[in-house]
Design a protein around this ligand. Structure first.
Ligand code: NOJ
Length: 632
């Protein structure tokens, strides 16, 4: 088989060949009947995770925290939040994971702490306190009446100003998130030394790496200038230009990277507010000595209006998704970078509810017909996990969980982001503006973070789907009356783990197969290049992965081409294979694979590939993968 690939030599790494399962501890499994998931609950499901076929488990924060932002506000980096368990439980968790050949990735949240952290308590106690300079303090500006005003116009990610006044010292402190999450001053070497100590402490305890929260916000422009007015309807503006990827970021990342390297540790940094892959490459370039990979937000922001409130409607088209995916795929591959692949996590709506093209695509709620839901979850699994990069699966994604129901009112939401947004909205439109409020609620049910935070659905048992473990639900003090901290999805009788594990045709069973295919054809899917086929089609997403085989550089590469065919629409589609000259000769390669290759995965039986007629007939949400190995 002739190959057109001009890929650079491959650079192997264990974390490239792995996939990651993310756990949101509060919503995973509650072992003691208090309505909050916990570490013993996680330990009780390690076989479930192992059986899925992932390699790494990442837990959202479990350290001591007042939980203003669900643990992303840490008050002690060396202790566990008591409702989640104890340090002993963490030891047992690490042991249980390692015994199964799984690695443990911990969430490292050090752009900010909780305002209840001892460092901040000290810092706010007096400008002379040695911890004062661990945070970021500025003198007020004054308005015409002499009232103190924040030092600049930056907006907090949770609404309002990013500055809060400490009346005692008449100075403002910076918090890019809630006022209870003051930003640490990374320009202070003592802060960095302490972060390094925390990192070493946990690595020495057996942690295998870190997911690092908003890591590109740690270096701010020291002049703290006003942000440009990008949303004239708002008082406070997006200041990310002055704090995302700031002047010292890569110095600080190299310091961290050298520690991670000593331990051969995994790292994935979270980097919001960046759309230039060259900027992210500085952190993930293979020889940069910084991070393994980064979560960018360009794909997940696809349904957010640019420079405006994220909770305004903003429909997207499939060609836009293709353009964004292809941009990151091609750039990272061609420049020896690496992608972290995700379409769900604890900050995003569920992908079936958000990224597919239901019949009622133009209206909200966008809903896939229930009997198509399994297909949708399977199609998206194929889409995600066979791209170039490390796939991340968020708890419940492997079961095809979907967004909260249309019956959710504002009283059902728990997330600080939504509650603040709602308050601002009601202040702005005080006369109970139903149209605005209803629109906001619809958008919350589509994009808000709580969509992903409803409890895991383990089985069909009433009333809490096995999330609260049965023995304790029956015996806790209130006789089983405790409720989960956030509402459970009412579809749990049909959509739960017990029904899916062991069923090859379920979403869970299919995820196992996808991850198996990714491993079986590792050189193609992990290290191959990526090519988009037919970028303009509004319903069908087709991409090609290819690697040239041989012993070049002594790497023993098993060459071949794979074609991944995905119908994002819930109707039947006839996809016309591009002509030989189209897409830089891609049509010719695709035709060759479809004709001569082997179908290695599909969510329907019997694919309708009619290359003689130049077409493929795809059923609703159909996905399949054809591989043509070199020499076959
Ligand atoms: C990103 C986390 O994923 C999110 O949940 C949190 O609210 C912010 N960072 C602040 O830590």
């Amino acid at each position: 088989m002739a190959s057109t690939s001009t890929a650079p030599p491959i650079k192997r790494a264990w974390w490239k060949e792995s996939s990651v399962y993310q756990i949101y501890p509060a919503s995973f499994k509650d072992s003691n009947g208090d309505g909050i998931g916990d570490i013993p609950g996680i330990i009780s499901e390690l076989d479930y995770i192992k059986n899925l076929g992932v390699d790494i488990v990442w837990l959202s924060p479990i350290l001591q925290s007042p939980q203003v932002d669900m643990g992303y506000d840490i008050s002690n980096y060396y202790e566990i939040h008591p409702p989640y368990g104890t340090l002993r439980d963490v030891d047992a968790l690490i042991e249980g994971l390692h015994a199964r050949g799984l690695k443990y990735v911990m969430d490292l949240v050090t752009n900010h702490t909780s305002d209840q952290h001892e460092w901040f308590k000290q810092a706010i106690s007096s400008p002379q306190n040695p911890y004062r300079n661990w945070y970021i303090w500025k003198k007020p500006k004054y308005d015409a009446d002499g009232t103190p005003q924040p030092p600049n116009n930056w907006r907090s990610h949770f609404g309002g100003s990013a500055w809060t006044l400490d009346p005692q010292s008449n100075e403002y402190y910076l918090h890019l998130y809630a006022k209870e999450q003051p930003d640490l001053n990374w320009d202070n070497p003592d802060v960095r030394a302490e972060v390094h100590r925390i990192v070493r402490h946990w690595l020495d305890k057996g942690v295998d790496g870190f997911r690092i929260d908003v890591i590109n916000f740690i270096s701010k422009d020291p002049a703290f200038p006003d942000a440009p007015i990008t949303d004239p309807s708002q008082k406070w503006q997006d200041g990310s230009k002055y704090y995302a990827c700031g002047p010292k970021l890569h110095d600080y990342l190299r310091e961290l990277g050298s520690i991670l390297k000593e331990y051969d540790a995994f790292s994935v940094g979270e980097m919001p507010c960046v759309s230039d892959p060259a900027e992210i490459l500085k952190a993930v370039g293979f020889d940069r000595g910084e991070l393994s990979m980064v979560f960018h937000f360009e794909i997940m922001d696809i349904d957010h209006p640019p420079n405006a409130d994220k909770y305004l409607p903003y429909p997207f088209t499939l060609p836009t998704l293709k353009r964004l995916v292809s941009k990151w795929q091609t750039f990272m591959h061609d420049n020896s970078g690496w992608n972290a692949l995700y379409i769900e996590n604890h900050d995003q709506g569920r992908s079936i509810s958000r990224l597919t093209l239901p019949h009622n695509n133009t209206t909200t709620p966008r809903t896939i017909t229930p009997h198509h839901r399994t297909l949708a979850g399977q199609m998206l699994a194929t889409f995600l996990a066979l791209q170039s990069g490390t796939p991340f699966i968020y708890q419940g994604q492997e079961l095809g969980m979907i967004n909260v129901s249309p019956h959710w009112t504002i009283h059902d939401f728990r997330d600080i982001e939504i509650l603040n947004h709602w308050q601002e909205l009601c202040e702005r439109y005080p006369n109970d503006n139903n149209v605005v409020q209803e629109r906001a609620l619809r958008e919350y049910r589509l994009k808000s973070r709580d969509n992903a935070r409803t409890p895991m659905q383990w089985d069909a048992s009433e009333p809490w789907a096995g999330f609260i473990m049965p023995a304790t639900a029956a015996t806790n003090e209130s006789g089983g009356g405790v409720k989960p901290w956030i509402g459970i999805h009412e579809d749990y009788k049909e959509w739960n783990a017990a029904r899916q594990v062991g069923d090859e045709k379920s979403v869970y069973g299919y995820w196992k197969r996808v991850l198996g295919v990714r491993k079986a054809w590792g050189d193609i899917f992990v290290y191959g290049d990526y090519g988009l086929v037919d970028g303009g089609d509004e319903r069908v997403f087709v991409y090609k992965r290819e690697i040239r085989g041989g012993d070049g550089d002594g790497q023993g590469v098993r060459g071949g081409i794979a074609v991944v065919v995905l119908n994002f629409w819930e109707g039947e589609v006839e996809w016309v294979v591009p002509g030989d000259e189209d897409d830089n000769g891609m049509g010719e390669a695709v035709r060759r694979v479809l004709e001569g290759g082997k179908v290695v995965l599909g969510n329907y039986e019997g694919q309708r590939i009619e290359t003689g007629k130049g077409k493929v007939v795809l059923r609703p949400l159909e996905a399949f993968v054809v591989v043509l190995a070199e020499g076959e």
